[in-house]
Structures are given as structure tokens and as C-alpha cells.
Design a protein around this ligand. Structure first.
Ligand code: PRX
Length: 637
């Protein structure tokens, strides 16, 4: 399968870009025509950012699983769709061909139906990185149910909040998940979450770790038993439900600048088209290549570039259950050699962490199959970029620094490997169809090059967020109200003399810790729920491995003698309420916070102190209590 929409030279890129701006509808329509539809669309695009209301290919009928699976069966049925590498080194890998994936997805789709799931129902998936996770998502899509995957690192409380927000009555989970030396008791965590979610009707539990679990009669069933029941009735060919282009495909929760995570909703056709188009073009994917995206499927990167984009392109996706440093820091390189990986797509955090082990773990590893390297999730610092280039790519693999977000569904700004220019720490140029704009604080567009501003996007691309589940107004205010007629990313960016973009980081109260998005308000709420805490403020600070670390300033109700114990209690509270990923790296106890006379916390000052820029705090004279700044400076950790 060659891709008619693959651009392979810089000139072709320029031509495609020009066409995508001048004739966007024609541009995307030609790409859409390469997919499988049950009924053609009536209108390519209708949009209005004020509402927002964006509809791509309205009136079209399709099912994404026919595009991910069925259409590949005639020619590529025996080709590997998913290569699975287990966490535990002694265990055998699994290769799932397109034929096998079709069989498994149909079986599980029937299991979902037998357990009462129908079109439009929300199904929460909380599993480790095993093929059954991909199968569960695709089975939902097959029958038109809306999946909402929750990353295995989130706590019971976080799961409960998300289940309630999505009103998800069905859950697919595992007994446990292997991650490095750990065995995370997923089902037990689900049980804790369900104490406050009596509306959940069914929990389907896939056996993976043999962790002891309690199965509640009438609510909990085993995945493997349910599959057997279906097989006993003969293997089904569950027909793909006819879906509208704009029907929701999934909800994925992500943090914003306010307390509650948002359920980002993506619709079927636009998401399918953009993820496939970007996958093929950014990575310059060739049929037969092995694509190894190291993200967890619980994040958008896994949704788009382990699953949907790769499979829609008929590609081979390598899915790894474990972590880069277990049983040792050579694990990724061993996998690359073992499975002859062609594209490696990972996060700067992972690169920095592996860099810290030096080059010894690379010795004896044959990385010559690699053709393209990718980076995602946070700005990649030059040192990590060069290490990746020299030691992993052997200076012969283009590096694509891909900028995008949960809300954008797919990559928006990136080098196209070997086709468009690359520059260390620059995401570089927009993909065809993407119109970045830099604006100042007042929303005035900043023209010209060598300029910095807030990054916005002018025109809808197919996989733009459609709504935030159950609260459309929140979607409008968070992304479409700051600057009229623009989608606001929440990121700052610099455009250099050549017009290449460098993402400089968030300009709102969202942190990026190890490539994971964490809302400061969420962490503050969690800390404040601890009985001994009066108030807290969270800021980010530069962290060698994580990119950004979490710095907490905490005012205690009654300053205790045992600060160490209180610190541990606070960490425990955050872990329980959000998950270990949100634990502060530093907790400084303070007696007050720098506030304006109207009571607003001056985070700018707290940020500077956390960063160690003690002399550049700016004007502090307007503070309610300027003396507090000296106290905080002295107590800095
Ligand atoms: O700040 C940007 C950063 O990650 C944010 C999006 O986070 P999330 O929705 O979790 O999605 C991560 C995976 C796509 C962005 O607002 N970010 C993502 N990619 C890059 C990046 N920052 C700099 N360079 C990137 N390549």
C-alpha cells in the first residue's frame, strides 16, 4: 500500500501546504477519499470557532475499525499489526496479524454486547500496556461505544471523578499491570474507585498478573471467560456499526488550568484522517516498517501513534509493556535490535533518563534498523537532541520534534523526516492544513519572523477538539474565547528568522512533568485537602530529568515540629487523590504567600524563587506583605 498523500520532497511539502491553505476543503477531501466509507459525506467542512462548532465530512458514514483493520485484510491480513513486547524479559513476545486482530476485536466486541454495552455508551478502560488494551479500544469503536482510557498511574479518586464525569457504566480493566519491577493492582484500585460509583454496571477483568482480586457477583466478570462463552457459540464477525463522521470516538481526560480535568472529545472521521495523514508524513512511514512509540496508550500519543494512525495506515505498531530502565537501561535498544525497529518515537524525559546511564547500555546493540527518530510531549533540550542524534541515530536518522496536544488529536507542527528542515529544539514547520499564528497579550497578531508570542491556530484542522464532555462552555472558554476566531494552545512559541517554530512551554498554569500534563490547581486542591494544610501554591522549576519539577509552597494550619512527617503525609495525600505522577519534588513550608491586595497569589515571584532567580523578582512593593518574600527566599529548598 503506497500512500497517495505522502509528500516526499520539500517542494512537494510547499505545494501541499499552499494548497491546504488556499483550498482546504479540496485538500482534505482528496485525502478523505482514500479511506473506506459506508456513505460519502455531504459537506467537507462547516465551522465556527465562536461556538465552537466544527464539522468535518458531515453526513458521511463510516466505522474507524474498517479503516484500521478490515480494509487491510485482503492484501495484508498476515502482516503484523501489533508486535507486543512484554515487561518481563523471559516472556515471549506476541505478534498479532491483521487477521488475528480482526478476530480478537470481533470476539471482544461481542463480549461487550453480551454485557450490555451499546452504541454511545461510555466505556472506561484502565489496563496495562497489553494487546488486550488495544483490542478493547477497537472493540468499543467497532460497536460505536465511546472509550475513555485512564492511564494506569492515576489513583482511585481520579478514576472515580472521571467515571462520574463521563457517566461510564462499563469498565474494562486487568487484575494487575507489570511495570518494571512493580505489579500495580489495577482491579483493587478500580474497586476503591467504585465505592463512590454505584452506577457502574459491569467490570470486565482481563487476567495478566495473577494478582489476587475480589470479584463482585453480578458486577465483575473475567475477560477470558467471556471470550470462551462467545467462542462456544462460534466465532462472530461482528459487523462494524455505521457511525456518523462527527460521532464521538473517545473521551480522554487531561489537565487544564482549573481544578477539574477536562474530558477532551474527538470525533471519528476528522481524527482518523488527521492521525493517519500525520503519521505517514511526519515519520515518512513505508509499508512494512516497524513503528515503536514508547508512550502509554493512556495518553493521546498512544491513542494516535500506537493505535489509530498506525493501524489506519496498515502499519506495524510495536507496543511495549514495560519501562526503559528495567531490567536495565539497555531495554529500548534491545527491543530495537530484536524487532528491527525502523521508527522510534519517544519523549525527551526518557532520552534524558537514558543519557544519564552513559553509553554502556548501548554497547553491543545493533541499532542499524532505525531510520527515523521522534520526540514528543515537551521541549527537547539541545543536549538531549544531540545525544539522541549521535548515539541512537548515529547521525543518519532525521529527528522529528513533534508538537501537538491532547486537544489537537494529532501532530500539528513538526519536521517531516528527511523532507523538511530540522533544527535542534525546534518543532519547525506546520503540517499542511495547519495555520499557526503568534499573538501578543492583547490578541494582536505578530507578523514577521524572529518573534515570540502566544501560539494560536487560525483554521480548523480535521482532528481539532470538538467539545469537553458534558460541558461545552468549558471547551469554548478554555480554547476559543481568549482570542476571537483562534484556537489558543496555552503554549508560547518563538518563530525564528526562517519561520521555524520553537515551542517555549506553557503560558498558563499547567505544568509539564516528564511529558505529563499536570494542572497546578489540581495539585493545590489535593494538598489543601490534607487536614494540616491551610493553603498552598504550586509552580514548576527546571528539573534535569523531568523537564519540569513540581515545587510546592505550603502554609500549615499549626506549624508542626515534625516537618518530615508532614511532608510525607502531603505526598501520600497527593498520591491518593491524583496519583504518584503529581507528587511535588519539593515542599517548602512557609507562613504566608506573596499576594496582591486583592488576594491574588503572585505566582511569578514564586516561580522565580523556585527557579533560583532570587535577584530578579521584579516589583514587590504592591504586595500585601512584601516581607514574606524575604522569608520565602531564605527558606528556599
Ligand atoms: O506544552 C506543550 C507540550 O505538551 C503539551 C500537550 O500535552 P498533552 O496534551 O499531554 O500532549 C502531549 C503529547 C502530544 C503542549 O501544550 N508539548 C507537546 N509536544 C511538544 C511540547 N512542547 C514542546 N515541544 C514538543 N514537541
Amino acid at each position: 500500500m503506497a500512500y497517495s498523500f505522502q509528500v516526499t520532497t520539500y517542494d512537494e511539502y510547499k505545494e501541499a501546504y499552499k494548497k491546504s491553505i488556499e483550498h482546504p476543503e479540496q485538500f482534505w477531501e482528496e485525502i478523505a477519499a482514500t479511506f473506506t466509507w459506508k456513505k460519502k459525506w455531504n459537506k467537507v467542512l462547516e465551522w465556527n470557532f465562536a461556538e465552537p462548532d466544527v464539522q468535518w465530512f458531515a453526513g458521511g458514514k463510516l466505522n474507524i475499525t474498517e479503516n484500521c483493520i478490515d480494509r487491510h485484510l485482503p492484501g495484508r491480513g498476515d502482516s503484523p499489526a501489533i508486535i507486543w513486547e512484554p515487561n518481563n524479559p523471559g516472556e515471549a513476545s506476541r505478534i498479532i496479524t491483521y487477521n488475528e486482530l480482526h478476530r480478537q476485536v470481533c470476539l471482544f466486541a461481542q463480549v461487550l454486547k453480551n454485557n450490555g454495552v451499546s452504541k454511545g455508551d461510555r466505556v472506561c478502560i484502565y489496563m496495562g500496556m497489553i494487546p488486550e488494551l488495544a483490542i478493547a479500544m477497537l472493540a468499543c469503536a467497532r460497536i460505536g461505544a465511546i472509550h475513555s482510557v485512564i492511564f494506569g498511574g492515576f489513583s482511585a479518586q481520579s478514576i472515580s471523578d472521571r467515571l462520574q464525569d463521563a457517566n461510564a457504566e462499563y469498565i474494562v480493566t486487568c487484575d494487575g499491570a507489570f511495570r518494571g519491577a512493580k505489579d500495580i493492582p489495577l482491579k483493587n484500585i478500580i474497586d476503591d474507585a467504585l465505592v463512590s460509583c454505584p452506577f457502574v454496571k459491569r467490570v470486565i477483568v482481563c487476567e495478566r498478573t495473577d494478582t489476587p482480586v475480589s470479584m463482585i457477583k453480578g458486577r465483575d466478570v473475567w475477560w477470558q471467560d467471556e471470550i470462551l462463552k462467545v467462542q462456544q457459540q462460534g466465532s462472530p464477525d461482528v459487523p462494524a456499526e455505521e457511525m456518523d463522521s462527527e460521532d464521538p470516538l473517545f473521551i480522554l481526560y487531561t489537565s487544564g488550568s482549573t481544578g477539574k480535568p477536562k474530558g477532551v472529545v474527538h470525533s471519528i472521521a476528522g481524527y482518523m484522517i488527521h492521525t493517519t495523514y500525520s503519521f505517514v508524513n511526519v515519520f515518512q512511514y513505508q509499508p512494512g516498517d516497524v513503528h515503536f512509540c514508547t508512550a502509554d496508550v493512556g495518553w493521546i500519543t498512544g491513542h494516535s501513534y500506537i493505535l489509530y494512525g498506525v493501524l489506519c495506515a496498515g502499519g506495524t505498531s510495536l507496543m511495549f509493556e514495560g519501562i526503559p530502565t528495567w531490567p536495565d537501561a539497555g531495554r529500548f535498544w534491545e527491543i530495537v535490535q530484536k524487532h528491527q525497529v525502523n521508527v522510534l518515537y519517544t519523549a525527551p524525559t526518557a532520552i534524558r533518563s537514558l543519557m544519564s546511564f552513559g553509553t554502556a547500555p548501548l554497547e553491543g546493540k545493533d541499532l542499524s534498523s532505525l531510520k527515523v527518530l521522534g520526540s514528543v510531549g515537551e521541549p527537547i533540550n539541545e543536549e538531549a537532541w544531540h545525544w539522541y542524534n549521535e548515539h541512537i541515530g548515529n547521525k543518519r536518522c532525521p529527528i522529528v520534534d513533534t508538537w501537538w496536544q491532547t486537544e489537537t488529536g494529532g501532530i500539528l507542527i513538526s519536521t517531516l523526516a528527511g523532507v523538511t528542515p530540522m533544527k535542534p529544539s525546534f518543532a519547525t514547520l506546520p503540517l499542511p492544513g495547519v495555520q499557526p499564528v503568534l499573538v501578543d497579550e492583547n490578541g494582536k497578531e505578530l507578523e514577521g519572523n524572529d518573534i515570540s508570542g502566544n501560539l494560536c491556530i487560525r483554521f480548523p484542522w480535521p482532528s481539532v477538539i470538538r467539545t469537553t464532555y458534558g460541558d461545552h462552555e468549558r471547551c469554548r472558554t478554555a480554547y476559543f474565547a481568549t482570542y476571537p476566531n483562534l484556537y489558543f494552545t496555552g503554549d508560547g512559541a518563538y518563530r525564528d528568522e526562517q519561520g521555524l517554530y520553537r515551542i517555549t512551554g506553557r503560558v498558563d498554569d499547567v505544568l509539564n512533568v516528564s511529558g505529563h500534563r499536570i494542572g497546578t490547581a489540581e495539585v493545590e486542591n489535593a494538598i489543601n485537602s490534607h487536614t494540616g494544610v491551610l493553603e498552598s501554591a504550586i509552580v514548576g522549576f527546571p528539573h534535569d530529568l523531568k523537564g519540569q519539577g513540581i515545587y510546592a509552597y505550603v502554609i500549615l494550619d499549626e506549624p508542626k515540629h515534625d516537618a518530615e512527617q508532614t511532608r510525607k503525609d502531603i505526598l501520600q495525600t497527593v498520591t491518593r487523590i491524583i496519583g504518584a505522577i503529581a507528587k511535588p519534588d519539593k515542599i517548602q513550608f512557609v507562613t504566608g504567600l506573596p499576594k496582591t491586595r486583592s488576594g491574588k497569589i503572585m505566582r511569578r515571584i514564586l516561580r522565580k524563587i523556585a527557579e533560583g532567580e532570587l535577584e530578579q523578582l521584579g516589583d514587590t512593593s504592591t504586595l500585601l506583605d512584601p516581607a514574606i518574600v524575604d522569608e520565602i527566599k531564605e527558606g528556599r529548598l
